[in-house]
Write a protein that binds this ligand. Structure first.
Ligand SMILES: C[S@@+](CC[C@H](N)C(=O)[O-])C[C@H]1O[C@@H](n2cnc3c(N)ncnc32)[C@H](O)[C@@H]1O
Length: 319
């Protein structure tokens, strides 16, 4: 892997360093976002950007490396001892000397890589992550923000029931991020076809108003507790739907149109919580992304299964 050092040899190791790991193929977006946020990039190693300063909330960071250190090591055993002194569980992000790094990883407790079931408990203990820069120097974090390696989750998928793979976004949001409506709640799913999200919302026991211009998959439409409205979500009046515990949207539209839609529902005062996919064309509309982020109580994340899109969450508790 090619590493780019912006000021190689001048990284001031006294400084607080933070690492931001881009989702696969989104290095360019992460780089732009870091620039827009005024975060100084010191070096880039593939998807990993080492930056000056304390960790900030960066959307195109799939995972964030806290308190990054760059340390010399003399042998595999020495590296393993260093790691063991700094964290309980480790994962390896490969930059250089891959084989050597794997031998080091064999000598320390490692973070389990496995597929999860929907709503399975995620380990709570933090993990460290390291990478070898050379035969004599390693970079490490004793703690990443996500308890799963590289901020990614893989599921034991349901290949039978959901009509599209979009359901994985809600599985991730509910399982890894812990945002989930309770059984008996009223939810709306706009831009719902063919029905993956509506299926998830129905399986967790909510009463779903499902809205799309296109028809729902008949298998999903036949399930109980789903009221399907075949119309444009932009014409729907909040007052005609009434109070909602959760507003979900995976609608295909420009980010500024989604912001308008969301603002209409926020201003109605009828919705407690939101989770919406913001879908981008090229180039990424950072201006609107930052407007979503600025809404009080908001969090914007790039889910493992988000492609050129991110997920905006706004909950009653976080306001
Ligand atoms: C990515 S798909 C949604 C996939 C869905 N979440 C699932 O799990 O199967 C986006 C949907 O947005 C719908 N859409 C686009 N414009 C719309 C509008 N004005 N009103 C309602 N739905 C719309 C499309 O018909 C399409 O079904």
């Amino acid at each position: 892997m090619v590493s780019i050092f912006v000021h190689m040899g001048q990284i001031n190791l006294e400084k607080t360093l933070t690492g931001y790991l881009a989702p696969k193929d989104f290095e360019a977006d992460l780089k732009i976002e870091l620039g827009l946020m005024g975060i100084e990039i010191l070096s880039q190693h593939g998807r990993l950007f080492i930056c000056a300063g304390e960790a900030q909330d960066v959307v195109f960071a799939q995972d964030t490396w806290l308190r990054v250190e760059i340390l010399p090591y003399t042998s595999i055993n020495h590296a393993a001892e260093l790691l063991k002194s700094k964290a309980r569980r480790w994962s390896h992000y490969s930059i250089n000397n891959h084989r050597r790094a794997e031998l080091i990883l064999d000598k320390v407790p490692s973070a389990k890589i496995k597929r999860y079931d929907f709503l399975e408990e995620i380990p709570k203990t933090t993990i460290g992550c390291f990478a070898l820069l050379s035969e004599a120097e390693m970079i490490l974090t004793p703690e990443t923000t996500c308890p799963l390696p590289f901020g990614e989750i893989e599921f034991n998928e349901d290949k039978i029931n959901p009509p599209s793979r979009a359901y994985l976004k809600l599985w991730e949001l509910f399982t890894l991020y812990g945002y989930k409506p309770e059984a008996g709640m009223k939810t709306i799913d706009v831009g719902s076809c063919p029905g993956g999200w509506t299926w998830v919302l129905q399986t967790v026991g909510t009463n779903v108003v499902s809205v799309d211009k296109a028809p729902l998959d008949p298998k999903i439409a036949a399930l109980p507790n789903i009221e399907f409205k075949q119309e444009s979500a932009f014409g729907l009046r909040p007052q005609h739907v009434g109070h909602l515990d959760w507003f979900f949207s995976d609608i295909i539209c420009y980010p500024d149109k989604l912001l308008e839609l969301v603002n209409r529902w926020r201003e109605s005062g009828l919705v407690d919580n939101f989770a919406c996919t913001i879908k981008f064309q090229k180039p990424t509309d950072f201006e609107t992304l930052f407007k979503f982020k600025a809404i009080p109580g908001s969090r914007v994340v790039h889910l493992s299964c988000n492609k050129h899109e991110v997920t905006w969450i706004n909950t009653k508790e976080s306001k």
